[in-house]
Write a protein that binds this ligand. Structure first.
Ligand code: UD1
Ligand code: CA
Length: 466
């Protein structure tokens, strides 16, 4: 059976008070409309039509060729919005899903159940409904004595009796495609908002003698329609809990789920422990048996198995297996750490490769560098990569030892197995297995300290006697 889908996303979203188009507001790092389209892809919809308004280029840009777009030039209501897809879909057989672009928590599983029910019952329309003690603002589901759905009545058009109904329309539907468009053409705007309501299709189909099915979800979160930032924060919290739960069911331990923020696109391997205060964003991928956190923020970063990352910030970096990062490290774009590497406290790495088994344990800056395997970068060693105009590369060969407080003035190359003496400022290449010293030779003057002290003391006393 052909499954089409229509995403309603032309509303201006005035109540968001934002320059950003409403459905592009992210929930757990992914624009709301992205969540919806992901779900439709999961359902293998053959057509996905997104109804957008003027100024929605950003939506088209974001979704690209994942969907087709139709313009609703004026926002005359949800029914009018769906009708804009008529040119593309009206002649199609099969069913059409209608989903709002501002309901990011609708679950694929619910739509599967709806599709199944729809077919079993031979329905013309199946509505995803939910219950709340006071579903203010939502369209109410009106049933007859036999409990059949006969209409949806919008909040603003409700009688007091209808307003007391707890079951409401979540805005997600399955329709027989032909019947949908036939009914839509008969929808008028004679209501309190002078809008063409999609929800009126239900009463019209019922009057045609068609069967309407209401599928009540037990997860009222699915119904959250984000109209303002209060609802956005609510959706964020609910989505976060859902994502965390999913990872837990996949074998990830959370020290404190309530302080852990994991975005929708993140992957985590089994037996990894996520400690309190951790944020995993974007396309971050974490391997198995890692310990991430406490207090780590990773964005678009890849971490291989058995690595640990504590109290650190990682952005577009990659961390090899068994490697340890932090506490208080900062890995910036292009930081690539091999296996069993140690990057310790107050170390910043940018656009640099650090080979297997190497250590940058404390207080270093490694930028625009290629560091080989089993290298020791001593405490306070610095790659001096920038001359005020250009960035230059530092290379350090395998098994080299760079002492503490060394400046490597790039471009410069330290050979394999070389030894750079602590405190050196290196401006010339160092060959393999060579020792480099580049600092003033020390001079010791016996007894000078005592004499100096004596001089200073007698000066002080002379001052007092004045
Ligand atoms: C709608 C439903 C209501 C339901 C609620 C669930 C109607 C008339 N009402 O109300 O029964 O309980 O959703 O969240 O359908 N849109 C357009 N073009 C328009 C108007 C709206 O594309 O001309 C889009 C919006 O961008 C939004 C969706 O349709 O994504 C829903 O519109 P909205 O104005 O939020 O409807 P609600 O008042 O929430
Ligand atoms: Ca809404």
């Amino acid at each position: 059976m052909q499954i089409n889908s229509i995403v309603l996303a032309a509303g201006k979203g005035k109540r968001m008070k934002s320059k950003l188009y409403k459905v592009l507001h992210p929930v757990c790092g992914k624009p709301m409309v992205g969540h919806v389209v992901d779900m439709l892809e999961g359902l293998n919809c053959s057509r996905k039509v997104v109804v957008v308004g003027h100024g929605a280029e950003a939506v088209q840009q974001y979704l690209g060729d994942r969907a087709e777009f139709v313009l609703q030039a004026e926002q005359l209501g949800t029914g009018h919005a769906v009708l804009q897809a008529a040119d593309l879909l009206a002649d199609s057989e099969g069913v059409t899903l209608v989903v709002c672009g501002d309901t990011p928590l609708v679950r694929e599983e619910s739509l599967r159940k709806m599709l199944q029910l729809h077919e079993e019952k031979g329905a013309a329309a199946t509505i995803l409904t939910a219950e709340l003690p006071n579903p203010f603002g939502y369209g109410r589901i009106v049933r007859n004595q036999a409990a059949d759905v006969i209409a949806i009545v919008e909040q603003k058009d409700c009688t007091p009796e209808q307003a007391a109904v707890k079951e409401f329309n979540t805005g997600t539907f399955v329709f027989d495609n032909r019947k949908l468009f036939s009914a839509l053409r008969r929808v008028t705007n004679s209501n309190n908002q002078n809008e063409y309501y999609l929800t009126d299709v239900i009463g019209i189909l019922r009057a045609d003698g068609e069967k309407i099915v209401g599928y009540l979800t037990d997860d009222a979160d699915e119904s959250i329609g984000v109209n303002d930032r209060v609802a956005l924060a609510d959706a964020e919290g609910k989505m976060r809990a859902r994502i965390n739960r999913e990872h837990m069911l996949n074998g990830v331990t959370f020290e404190d789920p309530s302080s852990t923020y994991i975005e929708a696109g993140v992957m985590i391997g089994a037996d990894t422990r996520i400690m309190a205060g951790t944020m995993l964003r974007g396309k971050t991928v974490i391997g198995e048996e890692c310990v991430i956190g406490p207090n780590a923020e990773l964005t678009d970063t890849t971490v291989a198995d058995r690595a640990t990352v504590k109290h650190s910030v990682l952005l577009e970096a990659s961390v090899g297996s068994g490697t340890s990062v932090g506490p208080f490290a900062y890995l910036r774009p292009g930081a690539k750490l091999g296996e069993d590497v140690k990057v310790g406290d107050f170390v910043e790495v940018k656009n640099a490769t650090i080979g297997n088994g190497s250590k940058v344990s404390h207080l270093s800056y490694v930028g625009d560098a290629v560091i080989g395997e089993n290298v020791n970068m001593g405490c306070g060693s610095i790659t001096v990569n920038y001359d005020g105009f250009n960035k230059h590369v530092t290379e350090v060969g395998d098994n080299a030892f760079v002492g503490s407080n060394v400046n490597l003035i790039a471009p410069v190359k330290i050979g394999k197995g070389a030894f750079v003496v602590a405190g050196s400022t290196i401006t010339k290449d160092v060959d393999d297995d060579t020792m480099a010293v580049a600092r003033e030779r020390q001079v010791n003057k016996p007894g000078y300290a005592a004499r100096l002290r004596g001089r200073l003391e007698s000066k002080k006393n002379a001052g007092k006697n004045e």
